[in-house]
Design a protein around this ligand. Sequence first.
Ligand code: DX5
Length: 226
Amino acid sequence: MPFDRSIKIAPSILAADFANFGAEVQAVEAQGADWIHIDVMDGHFVPNLTFGPPMVKALRRHVTTVMDVNLMISPVDTYIDAYADAGADVLTAHVEAGPHIHRTLQAIRGAGMKAGVALNPGTPAEAVAQVLDLCDLVCVMTVNPGFGGQSFIDMSGKITQLRQMIGDREVHIEIDGGVDVKTAHGVVLAGADVLVAGSAVFRGGSVSDPAPYGENIRAIRAAAGA
Ligand code: DX5
């Protein structure tokens, strides 16, 4: 997975048809998705329950780009090997999920995956200052995690601060939550390069009519670069 800071659009399957994930992934990749973002939720760390390792493993054969898995779960460490086995390319843990994020990131890399750390809106950038050499991605949540379709929470100051803290390290800044044609430009200006979008990508389309997926991805990409 070579590193470059070009803008990537990562559709979140949280907004896809839950009865048709394989076909949805194929459709949205064919329509221009750069990564596929998978939000794993445990009903404990966040007030929602989605899917686990077996579903992610089943999805792997449909993903030809990057399988970007965000663990909105606590604890994390006991599940790292299962997501490595499932084929995750990037595995992200929330800094708030437990007391040992340093060890968690070492374990994710040790299992052969790119390591990500996520920060909820209330968590300051300083929370990851000591682990920037252990991660490949920092995910800035711009909603309180648990559901798609929520209103964007402006985190521009945190994004800019993280961009400065990261310096020339090969670390992506990913934005997750409420990303659409209105918010994409601001987060890129602040320093983001991976844009997770669920509602804004899957809106208006379906597996049988995927053209809106492509239109939505192109519109977000254009807005990001505007
Ligand atoms: C929240 C989820 C959502 C999802 C994207 O826990 O992480 O942010 O990925 O959903 P939209 O793009 O609809 O806000």
